[in-house]
Write a protein that binds this ligand. Sequence first.
Ligand SMILES: Nc1nc2c(ncn2[C@@H]2O[C@H](COP(=O)(O)OP(=O)(O)OP(=O)(O)O)[C@@H](O)[C@H]2O)c(=O)[nH]1
Ligand SMILES: [Mg+2]
Length: 471
Amino acid sequence: MTESALPEIVEAVLVWLTANASLVLAAGSASLALILLWVDHRQLARELEAEATSSLAASDAPTQQTQGAAPAALVPEVYEDDELAAAAAAPSIEPESIPAVPVPEPLVEVAPAPESAPVAEAAASIQPELEVVAEPEPIAEPEPEAIAAPGPEPERAPEPAPTPEPEPVAPRVGLRERLAKTSQNLIGRLGGVLSGRTVDAELLDDLEMLLFTADLGVATAESLLDSVKKKAAGADAQRVREVLHEAIYEKLQRVEGPESEPFPASGPKVILVLGVNGSGKTTTIGKLAAQYTREGKKVILGAGDTFRAAASEQLQVWGERSGCEVIAGKPGGDPAAIAFDTVKAAIAREADVCIIDTAGRLQTKKPLMEELAKINRVLSRDIEDAPHECLLVLDSNTGQNAISQAQLFTEVAKVTGLVLTKLDGTAKGGVIVGLADEFGIPVRYVGVGEGIEDLRPFHAREFVDALFEEG
Ligand SMILES: Nc1nc2c(ncn2[C@@H]2O[C@H](COP(=O)(O)OP(=O)(O)OP(=O)(O)O)[C@@H](O)[C@H]2O)c(=O)[nH]1
Ligand SMILES: [Mg+2]
């Protein structure tokens, strides 16, 4: 700004003041009035304060503090409202007036309500879901892939069933009678061939034909024919009969072992039973169980045939008949899991024997070797040398086919004993000689009927004599 401009500005201000003199005067007087009013108000406040202080000295000071009223010193110096100022400064506040303060109550009652209700509702709606999630899934059985579970959780071992009374045993029917058809096929026909003849080339031809059609097997038939040629050349029919009788006995005597492998020093004896479907495994197990229980042994059966419908029910029936417990699983389950559980149960119940059934269709379901290896593995988990006995059950009705079955099973399992079943109903029982000759595996039992008493320990002499007995 230049010096020459100043007089012009002053002049402009003076002109404005002159024009608005009345407005300026009004503003000044209003300000003055306000200042005077404020001074007057302060004076009034001081007087009230002095009055309150003198009253406090005379009143009960602790009452104020315990009731939580504001001390006089905290009373504001200036109050717009005189009544409020007087109330705040009042020395004797009534106790009832404190809970009457309206502010906190609505806060307590109203504030949580809008939120808590939805939360409670939400909690209620979530709760059932949580319960469903928390509920444990029912445990499956292992099935052992019991082995997996084993898992197959042995947890599945059922409580011992009440032991029913074993069935009374029917009187024994003679072996000769039971072997009648085989005897007729082999020895009966022999009588017809030999009748009144001496051993010559022609007779040897006829004899060869007879032996080859008697289900003995080619090698065994040839071996027997050789014996006749060597020991009965030129002899009569009676001598040929004697030579054959002794030659067959020698072959069978080689496979006459004890009825079973010996019992282990401690723990249950474990018997695994194998064979094609329908060969008589389950029936043989039932009969065996009855024999052991009759001897006072405690027996547990394992329904390892999970393949065939009603297979485990069939074993249950045998269990009831022989008075022993049966460990079973779900149809279609893992047979190895059942085997595992059966051994566990046998140990837990201090059983003397446990016998494990298997499916006849085992070899068509999975590779036989794989399946049997798995079963053998789990059996030896708790008892190192189990199974102590591996029985192969062969149906004599199948004739030469029984030899093929023995071939198959001995390749994939360590078969320790044979059971020849259904010798009572067949003419093909000569196969037992072929089996003995070719495999040399002990024949433990022969099945000669469907009854519980129709499993006989195999004794070579008794068997051969029954075959050759004139009837
Ligand atoms: N006559 C006679 N029948 C027998 C003998 N052993 C078993 N059977 C019968 O043969 C049939 C089959 O017997 P199972 O014991 O079921 O045969 P399996 O080997 O268990 O058969 P799968 O369970 O199908 O593999 C049944 O009707 C038995 O009664 C026997 O020694 N003599
Ligand atoms: Mg069976």
